[in-house]
Design a protein around this ligand. Structure first.
Ligand code: FHN
Length: 684
């Protein structure tokens, strides 16, 4: 990768001198862009570290235990009380070289640590703030020690820096519950200058920084214009630095990719999730916790297994992304033992299989039932790394839809163990040992001639995979190829039904399998989908219905919806649709909407709720959509079969702190997804 890029770079330089600066600059920038991102794309795997004063309470506050790095806000700790943690921050066990060694031994190529999280506390010696590590008994520049250790170990150091700052007097807005913390004299532009001065310290005094990982960009005081200006400012300090998309306003919620438009940021930032498919031409990095918290929470024992973490790494690499795996160190400066054990297990796997992750590119295949694929160009051909999660019982690994000739295959863990590869119709079939040497992921190295030539299996297109009466399914194949299919779950062959463009009408539970053919020869792997018929719930026998739905409004502090139902409502009324504007305050409230919805025809209906914070939707007292909990605007949906007529509908909604929002939509047999209109909502 690097060789290719450097030749582009010199070509661009030549062009720049020939065409003059405008075209040349543009070309030069593109070449620079390739070179700048190369190390990061090749690295694939990094360590995230969330560490600060919040490690001291370790998630616990006055009897509640579900806090972490947000504790100042989620536990509503007044500033003066939170600042007292300064006196207790003394991580005497902190050993930068030990941290870096654990990251390196785990196969991580970079470390991204919180220089400042939302609480405003700096983990370094800042000359522009007295709310930093030098104001604690520890009085050591943690980031400087980490920078030296990273430099020594050849690990890239990166900084996470929060735009949102709950400590600085000029940052706005204040937290909703901070009623007594005046905003008088606060000037947000002065806060931006302060933040830029801190960033200048971080990008001047700690050597070459690999990535600036911004966060906390979502509040209205931070604008796109400021994001663009900050991006340019950071690049002016370190031209080769990489900056994530949360510097600007284009990041789309937790799925983290950048919206269409002129937003800046070098890579997308999915959080606690992995995109469903690869994203050609898009750089992205999924960040995830090992348990359920970023900052240390001593009561959180919901640790992901090493198997899940390794398979997440492989899944992400197979889609062309990077994996940023989080550690929340304890107040004494050590990693939790559970984190140490998982890092070691990942390192054991990476020691053997790292070549199948580093410098690889996304899989040329779509969904594989047995695992994932990554790939790397080798002299004159391609090395495919077949990551086998589920070892085939018959000892044959089938790689369907590939037209290339195989050169050789072996276990990556035992390169001398040549494996037999044969052609079987559209597939290359590799003979495997009876037992997998590694039940988490055993990697097969398969060399093929040339670049991969893959015929993808037919796409199965259906509006839903559940229906109440009938369903039209369409199939789509690579141009010029036939598609043959079966409806009984058997493998399609050259005599199976030829697909025609009218589609396939499904009227009962069905397992559909489809394959692409070139004449009588199978050309692709098989795609498969299951369709289930759902019974339709009977309409309610109700009369004297009036337009609108009833609502009940509650005030209180809940983390989940189930806690407020038995309470006495603060007020009640009737609204036309799921309108929560009757709330008397911006935070700490909930609603319950109840009434009837008129369903126009028999069929399967999908209901959607998008909400910040939690929400649930019930039809005829049955939970259809569960979107509960504390979160940003997240959409969930559920499907139910309904007969024509009136059905009970209930929506509950919870707003704790920060942003709020509630949108309730539906989709039916004869209409596309749309917000539920007032015209179909009634109450008795
Ligand atoms: O609010 C932060 C949170 O504390 C954590 O830092 C994550 C990690 O990316 N980012 C924000 C939540 O989206």
């Amino acid at each position: 990768m690097l060789k290719k890029t450097l030749s582009c770079f010199f070509l661009a330089l030549l062009m720049a001198s020939f065409f003059g600066c405008q075209g040349g600059d543009q070309k030069l920038d593109e070449a620079k862009e390739e070179t700048r991102m190369d190390w990061w794309r090749d690295a694939r795997f990094g360590m995230f570290i969330h560490w600060g004063l919040y490690a001291i309470p370790a998630g616990e506050w006055k009897g509640t235990t579900n806090h972490a790095e947000w504790i100042r806000t989620t536990a509503e700790i007044p500033l003066e009380e939170y600042d007292q943690f300064l006196d207790d921050f003394n991580p005497v066990e902190f050993d930068a070289e030990a941290w870096v060694k654990m990251a390196k031994d785990a196969g991580m190529k970079y470390i991204t640590i919180t220089s400042k999280h939302h609480d405003g506390f700096g983990l370094y010696d800042s000359k522009t703030s007295d709310f930093d590590v030098m104001a604690t008994p520890f009085k050591r520049d943690i980031l400087k020690e980490l920078a030296d250790a990273c430099e020594k170990a050849g690990i890239k150091l990166c900084f996470y820096h929060s735009i949102m700052d709950w400590h600085h007097p000029d940052y706005l807005p204040r937290r909703g519950w901070e009623k007594n913390r005046s905003t008088e004299g606060a000037e947000f532009p002065r806060y931006v200058d302060y933040m830029k001065n801190q960033l200048k310290e971080l990008l001047t005094n700690y050597g070459e920084i690999g990535v600036l990982w911004f966060d906390g960009e979502w509040e209205d005081t931070w604008t796109h214009e400021e994001g663009v200006e900050l991006y340019d400012y950071i690049r002016s300090l370190q031209p080769n630095i990489i900056i994530n998309n949360r510097v600007d306003k284009g990041r789309q919620g937790m799925q983290g990719l950048t919206a269409e438009g002129n937003f800046v940021g070098d890579f997308g930032t999915p959080e606690q999730e992995i995109p469903d498919t690869g994203l050609p031409g898009i750089d992205w990095e999924s960040c995830m916790t090992m348990n359920d918290h970023w900052g240390y929470n001593k009561n959180d024992n919901n640790w992901k297994s090493s198997k899940e973490l390794i398979q997440n790494l492989v899944d992400i690499a197979s889609k062309g992304g990077n994996f940023l795996l989080n550690i929340g160190p304890k107040a004494d400066g050590t990693f939790p033992q559970e984190s140490i054990e998982r890092l070691a297990a990942i390192g054991d796997w990476m020691n053997v299989n790292g070549a199948s992750i580093y410098e690889t590119e996304a899989s040329p295949f779509e969904h594989l039932v047995w695992g994932r694929v990554t790939q790397k160009s080798i002299n004159g051909g391609t090395r495919l790394y077949l990551h086998v999660f589920d070892w085939p019982e018959n000892g044959e690994l089938r790689l369907g839809g590939i037209r290339n000739e195989a050169i050789k295959a072996s276990l990556l863990s035992a390169a001398s163990t040549q494996l037999t590869v044969r052609r079987d119709a559209d597939a290359l079939v590799i003979e495997l040992p009876k037992i997998s040497p590694n039940s988490i992921d055993e990697v097969i190295s398969l060399d093929i001639k040339g670049k991969p030539e893959v015929v993808l299996p037919p796409e199965i297109m259906a509006d839903e995979f559940q229906f109440s009466d009938q369903l039209l399914v369409k199939l789509k194949a690579k141009d010029g190829f036939d598609v043959r299919y079966t409806l009984d779950g058997s493998e399609p062959n050259s005599s199976s039904t030829l697909y025609s463009q009218e589609g396939i009408n499904i009227t009962k539970n069905t397992v559909l399998k489809a394959k692409t053919f070139e004449g009588s020869n199978a050309a692709s792997a098989t795609s498969s989908a299951e369709f289930n018929k759902v019974s339709s719930q009977k309409a309610q026998a109700v009369s004297n219905l009036k337009s609108g739905i009833n609502y009940a409004y509650y005030e209180g502090d809940w983390d989940q919806l189930s806690n407020f139902n038995p309470l006495k409502s603060t007020k009640k009324g009737t609204v036309n649709t799921f309108d929560y504007s009757a709330h008397s305050r911006d935070e700490y409230y909930a609603f319950s909407f109840e009434g009837y919805i008129n369903v126009p025809e028999n069929g399967a209906y999908r209901f959607y709720i998008s909400s910040d914070d939690g929400s649930q939707l019930f039809i005829n007292d049955q939970l259809v959509v569960d979107n509960d909990g504390l979160h940003g605007m997240v959409e969930k949906s559920g499907l139910v079969g309904l007969e024509k007529g009136n059905h009970k509908i209930k929506v509950t909604y919870l707003q704790k702190t920060g942003g709020s929002g509630l949108e309730v939509s539906w989709k039916g047999p004869s209409f596309i997804k749309t917000q539920i209109p007032a015209s179909v909502l009634y109450h008795q």
